[in-house]
Ligand binder design. Structure first.
Ligand code: SF4
Length: 440
């Protein structure tokens, strides 16, 4: 038996990185690692990185500088970098920070055990391949410990869209989808261990095209209907989608599949057709608005969520105003908004940049509008009855916290139910980022 060692993983960025960190922890269990919440007593430190924004990459180097200090007290400590910065920068990371022992990309972390063994022999380990073997197949036997009621499950990776500002196609590669049967098996395993809600993950999840149980290629809607048959799985969500891949059968699934939650994250980035073209988004503001109309016709109470980039190269005040107009028309329950960030190697990086102060001012105006909409929609929930999947105890005694079907955080006082229970609650109050409810 490998002697027990401690693994500290720090995760940056998206839900898929959260899922990957979990799988990397499992991959190193075979080498005797258990996870620890602090780098102070770690035998290995792994930074699972994000490359989406400029600062994100630079942040990693300053973090590595801090982590290196731990080697003073523990000379056998190993430091590794994983995720999209590892994929994008590879050997450069070891050149800039010689204290790094291991660099592994998102597609090869199933080889972590042998890489770790290499570092224990005093060698450096680097793997940013796009291997032919399916990492999930190698990692399919997951530990049997009880889990929290909600879980992520990666079903698709990579992206073929090549939006002009995005590094994902370069760091995660071309779109690839996992076979339906493997996903169903993993979902059943998660349910056996206490999961009631699964969020299907993909950089472009609604472009899912996996091998179906009948040998044909299945889309996301067919996968969702197959997961709908899993006893004990109460809720299904998916993220992140592209407007051009919202097929009719997926909209119909929102209308007819009761386990598919009425929440849809559908990034648009800009409301200006000129900027959408320059972003290479391959759709117009009008087609996006028509799509939202069709989705709301199928599921009138659906809560929409979006992504916006402000200050994209060459964006004018008129372009920005078109974005505000689109937001006014859609009305978002949530929206994530960012100032454009130059990403080396992406087409937009070479273009004339918007003045930084101008971009900051626009971001504030956009976030003020989004916040106003978010609060109005939360306020409109007061008096309504929702179903809450309880996740954990709240701050106050007798209080439980969970998420409604619209993904609103809800805290319920005097709650006699337990994590994993689905309870009916009437919303009594809307506060900044959550709702208060009373058991019905
Ligand atoms: S669709 Fe999303 S992941 Fe794909 S290139 Fe565009 S922004 Fe990146």
């Amino acid at each position: 038996m490998a002697e027990t060692k401690k693994l500290f993983i720090k995760t940056y960025g998206c839900q898929m990185n959260v899922y990957d960190s979990e799988r990397m922890g499992e991959a190193l269990e075979a080498s005797g690692y258990v996870t620890t919440q602090t780098p102070d007593d770690a035998d290995m430190i792994l930074l699972n990185t994000c490359h989406i924004r400029e600062k994100a990459a630079e942040k990693i180097y300053s973090e590595l500088g801090r982590m290196k200090a731990h080697k003073v007290n523990n000379p056998d400590l190993k430091i590794g970098v994983a995720g999209c910065v590892a994929q994008a920068e590879g050997r450069e990371i070891m050149r800039r920070q010689p204290a790094v022992d291991l660099v592994v990309g998102p597609q090869s972390y199933h080889r972590l055990a042998e890489m770790e063994a290499k570092t224990r022999r005093g060698e450096k380990a680097l793997d940013t391949d796009f291997p032919i073997e399916d990492k999930f197949e190698v990692l399919k036997n997951r530990p049997k410990a009880r889990r929290a009621p909600t879980a992520f499950l990666t079903v698709q990776e990579g992206c073929d869209k090549f939006c002009a500002f995005c590094v994902v196609p370069y760091t995660r590669g071309a779109e690839s989808s996992r076979p339906v049967q493997r996903i169903v098996d993993e979902a059943k395993d998660l349910v056996e261990r206490g999961v009631r809600e699964i969020t299907l993950l993909g950089q472009n999840v609604n472009a899912y095209h996996g091998a179906g149980i009948d040998g044909n290629e299945w889309g996301l809607a067919q996968l969702i209907w197959e997961l709908d048959k899993v006893d004990g799985l109460e809720r299904i969500r998916f993220t992140t989608s592209h407007p051009n891949d919202m097929q009719d059968d997926l909209i119909e699934a929102h209308e007819h599949c009761s386990k598919l939650m009425p929440y849809l994250h559908l990034p648009v980035q800009s409301g200006s057709d000129r900027i959408l073209k320059r972003m290479n988004r391959s759709h117009t503001a009008e087609s996006y608005l028509r799509l939202i109309e069709r989705i709301r016709k199928a599921r009138p109470d659906i809560l929409m969520s979006g992504d916006f980039i402000v200050g994209f190269p060459e964006e004018t005040e008129a372009d920005f105003q078109a974005t505000l107009d689109l937001i006014e028309e859609v009305r978002y329950g949530y929206a994530y908004s960012f100032k454009y960030s130059t990403r080396p190697g992406t087409p937009a990086a070479e273009r004339a940049q918007v003045d930084d102060a101008e971009a900051n001012e626009r971001l504030q105006r956009l976030q003020a509008l989004i916040f106003r909409q978010q609060m109005e929609i939360q306020q409109s929930m007061v008096g309504r009855e929702v179903t809450v999947l309880l996740e954990k105890p709240g701050r106050d005694s007798g209080q439980m916290v969970g998420k409604s079907e619209y993904l609103h955080a809800v805290h319920i006082n005097d709650c006699t139910a337990q994590p994993g229970d689905l309870v009916k609650a009437r919303i009594t109050e809307a506060v900044r980022n959550s709702l208060a409810g009373a058991m019905v």
